[in-house]
Design a protein around this ligand. Sequence first.
Ligand code: ADP
Ligand code: ZN
Ligand code: ZN
Length: 766
Amino acid sequence: MAVPLTFLVLILRTNIQAGIYLKMIAKVILNNREHNIDQCFDYAIPDGMNALPGMRVSVPFGFGNRYSRGIIVGISEKSEFENLKEISKIIDKEPLCSEEILKLCLWIKEKYFCSFYQALRLFLPPGIESGVKEKNIRMVRLASSKEEALAAAKKMLSGRAQIQGNMLKILCENSPVSSFELMRLSGGNSAALSALCKKGFAEISDKRVYREAYNSDKYARSGGCTPTGEQKVVIDHLINRISSGRHEKILLRGVTGSGKTEVFLQAIEHCINIGKTAIMLVPEISLTPQMVKRFVSRFGEMVAVIHSGLSKGERFDHCNKIKNGEVSVVVGARSAVFAPFENIGIIILDEEHESSYKSDTTPRYHARDVAAKRAEDCGAVLLLASATPSLTSYYKAEIGEYKLFEMLERYNKMEMPAVKIVDMRGELFNNKNFSPLSLTLQREIDKNLQNKSKTILFLNRRGYSTFVSCRECGYVMECDDCSVSMTYHKNINQMVCHYCGGLAPVPEFCPECGSKHIKFFGTGTQKIEEAITKRFPSARVLRMDTDTTSHKGGHEEILDAFARGEADILVGTQMVTKGLDFPDVTLVGVLAADTSLCMDDFRASERSFSLLTQVCGRAGRGDIPGRAVIQTYQPFNSTIKYAKNHDYINFYNSEITNRKRLNYPPFCDIISIMASGETEDCVEAFMNDIKAELDRFMKSSGCITSMIGPMPAPLAKIKNQFRYRILLKVSSLDEIHPLLALLIKNGEAQNGKVFLSIDTNPTNMF
Ligand code: ADP
Ligand code: ZN
Ligand code: ZN
């Protein structure tokens, strides 16, 4: 009689489980930086050893069998190799991370050309290798009955053991108590305490405590509001999708003040209700204390806030809370995308267009891409939100890769602020006004001071002093080949194009109108503050910039003071543009729109548009309509005009047409290949070899559409390392990926003197 097939299979499986075939095999990746051994190695698991994916191990490696550390990334029943070495030791009692995270690390390693451990480190608490410790406190409890203890205490107090007696008496009333507190209350010492333990009256144990980074008691708890019609459509969709556990990528464009944050809060609340977790990313947490407050007051203990001001210990504790399931929501900057959650319901990126979501150190990941991959892997919703989505994201929504929702009204139906553009060229020559405040802006500030309404003044310092423009006609010096503005480099006293490396002398006269009023741009916030105090002596002014906010909680102090009405005018850098929600701010002034327009980057218009929209969006969020004044030397610039009209769609249409014409992202991807080393000749020769490889590749594939370099990078030398760069435009990342991976591998194998790094769609070009 034939044996049924299923039965056979069953026998085989049982045999494997019984260990008849082979020992179990662990796939181990070593903790090292070298790409050519950054791969899985098979090790046999000794009998009785409890080895699981995610546990660190010690293994013999190489001819000398030196012990190396590694991590198990998978378990298998067979290996292609014979005579496997055995794992010598397991380091962790429990896996450090889930299998989902191990898989994600492999993906990050591949995609961003880093080592597996560099990827893994993103998910682990800081200092796990060097040993930040859990924080414990010693607790003391009464170990006998209270009656016995009181009787004994009485005896001690009347005899010679008075310190012990006192301590025991206090313990009777306060058990359990921390040993610190017990000594403080009783005036006792540790000798007395251990005597009490020996006599059987007291017992000491360690209690795990968390370093509290955010004092949640400080914030009153608040409930949700009834959503508006526009909000409800989005919230309902999100709730449905989260419940279904089916992945989806969603883009939400909502004008400033349309109530996006309320949408996030309600979606996350739903996650918590059905036992799922949520990751909420914001550009930089220290810039958005108001946002954090709303999360903490809605979710209290359920939320962990991760920001750059945390100590190592605080981070370590947060990470453990997340891993142990003690919190369900994490709010944080880009690295919070690595929160070791399981069962994720939604990952949200607020202000998704912000460049701070891209890391510019290894691993050079973009939080948006990692979030998308994570959400895909675990059936979560990815929600990207912004008043001014990045061109790339909106394009993806247009071609159907993202589902698009739009909220076009402010929640209270308030009008968007009325924006005036002031031509600063006229200010200097017609009005003889040398102040950084135009007469128009001065009049508006006067009005606000009379009405006791608040004003925010914004000065962009990015790109400060680095580009050249004419004060008379507004001419800006650009590279003829790349149509991006050129940057002044002090060390060579030349103008440099950061794309093609082209050089030009610093002009003495404007090539357009001949004026000698052509100069570097920029004034500092401090100068502005002085100008304001001089012109409006009665006004109370607060300044917010890196100087005034460098101490812990500095942002919050200034914003709280502004909220309490302790100032009439808040003047500051980028920090004042984001997420602030003060209902009584009715006037916003942009002191020099040009500084953001003139960045040496093809994304300059995109950034300017979003910056102007954001900053104007701070005005008129309450019951009184808002006004904004934009001062500029380029009043006819179309980006400024679109921002004035709050016209995202037309801005998008015109800009996407430019991108297509010039073949910039999203119509291609830009890859920067950078080599650095101590000897310039070495670096250059190395890059020439790479160029030769790329040339060969270009002959067989149409994937590379343009190649610039090798040439010295804009910052040609950092810390005595010479830097050379090749820039590529490619039509398919997948197609070129194997070649890039090979370059990295070979780069290491044959040359210890040059360090090679590859960055996909870098956000800064230095
Ligand atoms: P955005 O994030 O889009 O800029 P917010 O979520 O900050 O907008 O909302 C702006 C203001 O409107 C906030 O003060 C918020 O509390 C309030 N708000 C938003 N939605 C509602 C609602 N449905 N009911 C009442 N107030 C709301
Ligand atoms: Zn000029
Ligand atoms: Zn150029």
